[in-house]
Design a protein around this ligand. Structure first.
Ligand code: ADP
Length: 323
């Protein structure tokens, strides 16, 4: 039985459906990602799972329980990450751990938990004095202190530097290695690709796709990109006839094609047949960024949405697999 089941979930604000028929099921022990642009309805969905919001329609079950009707029982199996504002700035790490442990019937021993999250040397430090990464580690500790089966982490690494972000990812993997199911809300592609077993891409209140990161990339249009500068011009009719071709672009004498592996094989044959040499040949794999852009291309454009600056621009992936 899935540990989280969301079926045809609906939530409406002021007559506008912000969650509009979302369904997914999370298996025990998974890291399940909820990915989508800002305003897509991710937090609303996850807060319905946590029992913090009541759905207007559909059904949510957490370990077989209704998170609204059985809120107390659900709180025993589900640990949620706090938002910054929910913790007193003057509270020390030790006080926060003791306080949150006291909310649970059978809390974990907070000493080893603090040790696991690298917080032992910070036990006497006030929350306000912690670095971004330390605060996030404390939030993870507080989410885990009730010894939950499931933990919900929402935009966990926003605002962290790359090293702290990677450290946090390692902690999330350790959490799962300890048997805890993780529901991870993120808008970072790299995070989703690195951590998640499966991802539900949410767009405008609906599930645009649900699959493993690798399958999402594979299924997206133009999963492979090949570019080269031909030693002699190629006939556009030949290029357009390539199998599984998605797009052709000419710029400054350079040809860029997107399609599949089959497109790449065919273009290599085409070049050989015409005795054309391909200078500076590059073959790139599409990334989850590309899949995401493809899946959410109808979303209203929001400059803040969906991406960090480094991922913002290109349609073509950046992972080079062969030259
Ligand atoms: P995400 O987490 O994907 O960024 P949210 O679930 O936070 O999206 O929000 C989805 C939409 O619902 C947004 O347009 C947001 O403004 C709106 N929304 C969220 N909470 C409320 C609320 N309490 N009242 C009215 N609108 C809300």
């Amino acid at each position: 039985m899935p540990v989280i089941e969301v079926t045809d979930l609906r939530k409406t604000y002021d007559g506008r459906a912000v969650v509009d028929g979302v369904s997914f099921a999370v298996e025990e022990g998974e890291i399940f990602g909820v990915l989508g642009p800002n305003g897509a309805g991710k937090t609303t969905t996850v807060e319905c799972v946590e029992g913090l919001r009541a759905p207007d329609g559909g059904r949510v079950r957490v370990a077989g329980l209704d998170p609204v009707a059985d809120h107390d029982k659900v709180a025993r199996v589900l640990g949620a990450q706090l938002q910054q504002s929910e913790l007193q700035p003057k509270l020390t790490v030790r006080e926060a751990l003791e306080l949150y442990a006291s909310f649970h019937r059978r809390p974990l021993d907070w000493g080893p938990l603090a040790e696991r999250l690298g917080l032992t040397s910070k036990l006497g430090t006030r929350f306000a004095k912690l670095s971004g990464g330390q605060k996030q580690r404390l939030f993870i500790a507080l989410a885990l202190i009730g010894d939950p089966r499931i933990v919900v982490l929402d935009e966990l690494t926003t605002g962290l530097d790359p090293r702290a972000r990677r450290d946090t990812w390692q902690i999330v993997e350790d959490v799962r290695a300890n048997g805890v199911t993780v529901l991870l809300v993120t808008h970072f592609m790299e995070e989703a690709q690195r951590l998640c077993d499966r991802i539900a891409v949410i767009d405008q209140g609906r599930v645009a796709a649900l699959d493993t990161p690798a399958n999402l990339v594979r299924r997206s249009a133009g999963a492979t990109v090949i570019s080269f500068t031909p030693s002699a011009p190629l006939d556009d009719r030949d290029l357009n006839a390539l199998p599984e071709l998605v797009s052709v672009e000419h710029r400054d004498g350079r040809v860029t094609l997107s399609g599949t592996d089959e497109t790449v094989n065919a273009v290599v044959t085409l070049l050989a047949r015409h005795r054309v040499t391909a200078h500076q040949l590059r073959v790139l794999d599409a990334t989850l960024d590309d899949a995401f852009l493809d899946l959410t291309k109808n979303a209203p454009h929001d400059a803040d949405a969906a991406h960090d600056a480094p991922h913002d621009v290109t349609r073509v992936g950046t992972k080079e697999t062969a030259t």
